[in-house]
Design a protein around this ligand. Structure first.
Ligand code: BDP
Length: 698
């Protein structure tokens, strides 16, 4: 009896062991089921890393280290790891692919053409064991569908992370390059474990200082830590850098001195960082300088940098997030208008980097029309992992469904089946470079991403970048099993919470295709009343609430943004009978009494959607509550508290938006919607100070 009690206590203690989240999905805790553990041990008498030819030693060492740490944790035994350079093993797959083969009782082989593939194979094997999949008789191959899988860190040199909600920057620029925080290596391990092979270190609103010699040597130190993990470093560049740090009088892309300056700068960078990835550029957007100041095009600007990088194999990721307050056309149309005529005018080593939607990372947008409009240009997808418009690191929002929504969208160009994923992975138009970027959600918080569940977005981004065909559900389950538990009840409950969470965020903040009605500057919380300043940063610009109804008319009677899509989509979204409810107010201005599919009026539906958002958060709270005791207390209580905030704020969104729109609808709130907690005046007066990640602080 005493022994039973003791063992119960011990199991309980193990289950409830404090977890601060630092280990992410690389926890490598012992496989508790003895039979299963023995089966893994039996299948792994030794591991052979088969990689032909010499070289790649750091990557192979990294793979070996990870296997040693991982397997001794998971299996409690040392598995010998040998390297076979003979080239006799199974061939690998491309530069980064790998094969995992188990030949009966013999060795387990991880085969690849290069070190990076071996490393990815090692992580894949560890993932299999961590998620309790069988490995005996295994024979699988895997290779990434997209070449450059990059995290963009919007980190400033002063340590502040723009739109970062997980603390200060991971990069301690001040002490680099002398002090190299061991955390940089753990960061690289996490990236490599999901196949991320590029790290763009700095904010798109760029500080030219990063291109000066002292900072380049700091970047080089980071590149040195990342290199064994197959990761290249990229930097943002400020277009006016030749003036600011080069002492030139112009940054005109046609000026010979400017051309020479960039060439020399590229040479200098490559002397320090021989495998430097390239530049990410935000130009002529939101006040950033660019080629248009000199009467040149975006292509001229991009090609200037591309030519400087080309001799070294570097690329330019030129951002299509471009709009101008002086342009009176619908903001969501402006990037297409600007860039489409430039199709085919970019160098081969330029990738045009396009946000998933045409506005700006809203909770829901249709895909960006440029994905179907530039067959002669390499196009990269940019998604935002950091939850700028989805409740910072306070709301629970698993974003794989959002990323997938874009990747799986059919552009219908040139024909049906031409999904964004196929545009981005190059299978449609075969470009020299393919790339995908995620705006990172990491920071110096102990658990890396602030909300204990939002490292799932980091994980999901990497997995989808490797293979856009993977399902959100599978990815969620993998992550839960590794980051939390293999207990089927935990996996099932948590997966159900994660998979629904993005839709909850939509329902509770911007349902039915509403967009850009958040608070000014910090983008946190409701702000349908935000006016003043530049029009395209106000809310009424987007919701068009008036006595006649609500929504942005983007059909031919309005801005006709629809015309930027293939005729199949223009027809589908333009017709109220076929436009899905979740985009209806994105494309249409509808009367308050418009009959929705549900049979309810638009007004009633809107109110009930906001109520649904609140109810759904409460349902998540109940589901989460059922996990108490099944997962560690530290993370359990952290999420529990954040859900309490999310529920309170879902009520604020509901009450303030309903009261605000009611001024125009002049209709009673339908039954089933709870009474508001405060008056509209109160909500409009709420001013949050120092929301993390807000560039202006207040
Ligand atoms: C907006 C952010 C801003 C970024 C900008 C961008 O509010 O902080 O600089 O996107 O992507 O959503 O350049």
């Amino acid at each position: 009896m005493r022994r039973l009690l003791l063992s119960l206590l011990l199991t309980g203690a193990a289950a409830l062991r404090a977890e601060d989240g630092y280990r992410l999905w690389l926890r490598y805790d012992r496989v508790a089921d003895g039979t299963l553990r023995e089966a893994y041990v039996a299948a792994l008498p030794r591991i052979v890393l088969a990689v032909p030819g010499p070289g790649d030693l750091p990557a192979i060492a990294a793979a070996r280290d990870e296997l040693t740490t991982g397997l001794s944790g998971l299996l409690g035994t040392e598995v010998p790891v040998d390297v076979d350079r003979s080239g006799n093993g199974e061939p690998g797959d491309g530069d980064e692919g790998f094969g995992l083969t188990h030949h009966g009782r013999g060795a387990f082989t991880i085969a690849a053409n290069h070190g990076a593939g071996v490393l990815y194979g090692a992580f894949a094997l560890l993932r299999r064991i961590q998620t309790r999949q069988p490995i005996s008789e295994l024979d699988v191959r895997s290779a990434p569908r997209i070449q450059r899988r990059i995290l963009d860190h919007w980190d400033n040199l002063n340590g502040f992370v723009e739109r970062g909600y997980a603390g200060r920057s991971l990069w301690d620029w001040f002490t680099l390059p002398d002090y190299v925080d061991p955390r940089y290596r753990d960061y690289a391990r996490a990236d490599a474990s999901v196949g991320i092979n590029g790290v763009e270190l700095t904010n798109v609103n760029s500080d030219p200082l990063v291109l000066t010699a002292p900072y380049l040597s700091k970047a080089a130190a980071l590149a040195g830590v990342f290199r064994p993990y197959g990761i290249r470093v990229y930097l943002t560049t400020r277009f006016s850098a030749p003036i600011e740090i080069g002492g030139l009088r112009t940054a005109d892309p046609n000026d010979p001195a400017v051309i020479g300056w960039w060439r020399e700068k590229a040479d200098e960078i490559y002397r320090l960082i021989p495998d430097f990835g390239g530049f990410l550029v935000k130009a002529n957007s939101e006040g950033e300088p660019g080629p248009q100041e000199y009467g040149r095009t975006h292509a001229d600007g991009a090609n200037l940098l591309a030519d400087a990088l080309a001799p070294h194999g570097g690329i330019v990721m030129w951002r299509a997030f471009v709009y101008d307050q002086k342009n009176t056309d619908d903001r969501v149309k402006q990037a297409y208008t600007e860039f489409r005529p430039l199709d085919g005018k970019f160098r081969d080593n330029v990738v045009l980097q396009i946000k998933n939607g045409p506005l700006d990372f809203q909770p829901r947008e249709p895909f960006h029309p440029l994905f179907g409009a530039m067959p002669h240009t390499a196009l990269a997808l940019e998604v935002e992992l950091t939850q700028e418009y989805l409740g910072a690191s306070v709301y629970l929002a698993y974003l794989a469904p959002l990323f997938k929504e874009c990747l799986d969208s059919d552009t219908f160009r040139p024909r049906a089946g031409s999904t964004v994923a196929r545009v981005v992975d190059g299978s449609l138009d075969r470009h020299a470079v393919t790339a995908i970027a995620g705006v990172a959600n990491t920071g110096a918080d102990r658990n890396w991403t602030g909300h204990p569940l939002s490292s799932s977005n980091w994980y999901a981004f990497g997995r989808l970048a490797w293979d856009p065909a993977l399902g959100s559900d599978l990815i969620a389950q993998e992550w839960i099993r590794q980051a939390f538990s293999n207990d089927p009840r935990v996996v099932g409950t948590m997966a159900s919470i994660l998979l629904g969470s993005r839709e909850v965020a939509v329902d509770s903040s911007m349902p039915l295709g509403l967009h850009h009605i958040m608070a000014r500057d910090n983008h946190y919380g409701p702000g349908p009343w935000v006016t003043g300043g530049r029009a395209d940063w106000t809310a009424p610009y987007y919701h068009h609430a008036d006595a006649s109804g609500l929504g942005f008319d983007r059909t031919p009677t309005g801005s006709n943004a629809l015309a930027q899509y293939a005729p199949e989509l223009a027809a589908k979204w333009g017709d109220l009978a076929t436009c899905p409810d979740n985009l209806i107010l994105w494309f249409h201005h509808l009367p308050w009494d418009y009959r929705m599919r549900s049979g309810r009026t638009l007004w009633d539906e809107l109110c009930l959607d906001y109520q649904k958002g609140v109810d759904e958060v409460r349902a998540m709270q109940r589901q989460w509550g059922s996990l108490e005791g099944a997962i560690d207390g530290e993370r359990f209580h952290h999420v529990e508290a954040l859900l309490t905030i999310e529920e309170r704020e879902a009520r604020e969104w509901r009450d303030s938006c309903i009261l605000y729109f009611q001024q125009y609808s002049r209709r009673p709130v339908p039954s089933g919607v709870e009474a508001p907690g405060h008056t509209l005046d109160y909500y409009e007066s709420v001013h949050l100070h120092y929301v993390p990640g807000a560039p202006n602080g207040r």
